[in-house]
Design a binder for this molecule. Structure first.
Ligand code: ATP
Ligand code: MG
Length: 344
């Protein structure tokens, strides 16, 4: 294997994560991802947060104006939720070509069998796999490149992305092994908080997603107080009162989901929430949850709306972020090409 390649045994603690501009941000994205991103920004990490526009076109080709608006709105959502472009690098994926370049190398590292096992592929491709895009199948290899092109050591994500993070680790390990180097870190997923998997409000067995055709299934960060209250009022539940202990949520996915959401928004443990609300019927708990959701989300939606009036400001933040991101990614890609044996 390659000789004289320098290895990088020690990696700077660095966080990378991203969200697709495939629709409006949901409460799931906020509790599972963005809220964590904001917390990490003030810890001892370099933090890089991406709007993964190349991923957004794997399942649906959007009208160009729609994709542009969604990209700006997601950036506004990041900033309105507390991400600070002075502390974190904020940018959109397509502007740092190194992501797609490293993804090609990883397409040649990852095995078909690995990719075929991905549950997101199975869920999103549905029955008609022959008609799904090649991009949707290759998605996890691009995601591995998004992370490893920064040598990111930690990735905050929701539960649903755990399997893709394991694949990222497998790709790093296989690359390092195949080329006899210690070049890519074996990244740690960070899946924290009470609401790592927020479920649809209409179906407790289905993840809340921004691409779900039913708007009633989710709370959007742009929903107003009335819309939030109405969606929570109509959220599917069962006829029983809330339990006082976590065990009492067993077999009650909808009840569990609403309690997890409450705990996530209140920054409390599920145990602590149940100590307070145990014994209450949903007719009492739902208005409490609505009030809390409105109190936490309405300042974010107000700030998002304000920022959306300043698209030039948003574009300038993304452009500056892309320059900073590229400065980290370019030398790592160059080194990767050296390791692989590309002549420069
Ligand atoms: P799509 O339906 O287009 O896949 P999405 O809502 O799943 O959209 P992604 O852009 O795929 O959003 O994921 C962005 C981040 O949000 C990831 O870290 C993911 O784990 C997290 N996330 C998405 N949905 C949820 C959810 N329901 N609960 C907790 N975290 C979530
Ligand atoms: Mg998703």
């Amino acid at each position: 294997m390659s000789e004289g390649v320098q290895t990088s045994p020690a990696f700077t603690p660095r966080i990378f994560s991203g969200i697709q501009p495939s629709g409006g941000l949901t409460l799931g994205n906020y509790l599972g991802a963005i809220k964590r991103f904001v917390e990490k920004q003030d810890e001892d990490y370099e933090t890089i947060y991406c709007i993964v526009d190349l991923h957004a076109i794997t399942a649906t080709l959007f009208e160009p104006d729609v994709l542009r608006r969604q990209t700006r709105e997601l950036t506004a959502g990041y900033i309105a939720s507390g991400l600070d472009p002075a502390k974190s690098i904020l940018f959109n994926q397509s502007q740092v070509a190194e992501h797609a370049q490293l993804a090609w190398i990883f397409n040649c590292i990852a095995r078909m069998g690995w990719m075929q096992r991905m549950t997101q592929w199975k869920d999103k491709a549905g029955k008609n796999t022959q008609n799904a895009s090649l991009g949707l199948f290759a998605y996890p290899a691009l995601m591995a490149a998004d992370i490893l092109v920064y040598h990111a050591t930690h990735v905050p994500v929701g539960e649903d992305q755990k399997q893709h993070l394991e694949l990222t680790r497998d790709i790093a390990i296989k690359f390092n092994h195949d080329y006899g180097v210690d070049f890519f870190p074996v990244t740690e997923p960070v899946i924290e908080g009470a609401a790592t998997r927020v479920m649809s409000l209409r179906d407790g067995s289905k993840k809340m997603s921004k691409s779900d055709p039913s708007d009633a299934s989710r709370i959007n960060l742009t929903d107003d107080a009335d819309a939030i209250a109405q969606k929570i009022r109509k959220a599917k539940t069962d006829p029983d009162a809330l339990p006082s202990e976590v065990e009492g949520l067993e077999g009650r996915p909808e009840a569990r989901n609403l309690v997890n959401i409450y705990a996530g928004l209140a920054d409390q443990s599920v145990e602590a929430v149940l100590r307070d609300v145990g014994g209450k019927p949903f007719s009492e708990f739902k208005p409490m949850l609505s009030d809390l959701a409105v109190a936490k989300l309405s300042p974010i939606s107000t700030e998002m709306a304000r920022l959306m009036q300043e698209p030039d400001e948003i574009d300038a933040i993304l452009s500056k972020g892309s320059d900073r991101a590229r400065a980290i990614a370019a030398p790592i890609l160059k080194k990767t090409y050296d390791i692989v044996g590309m002549v420069s």
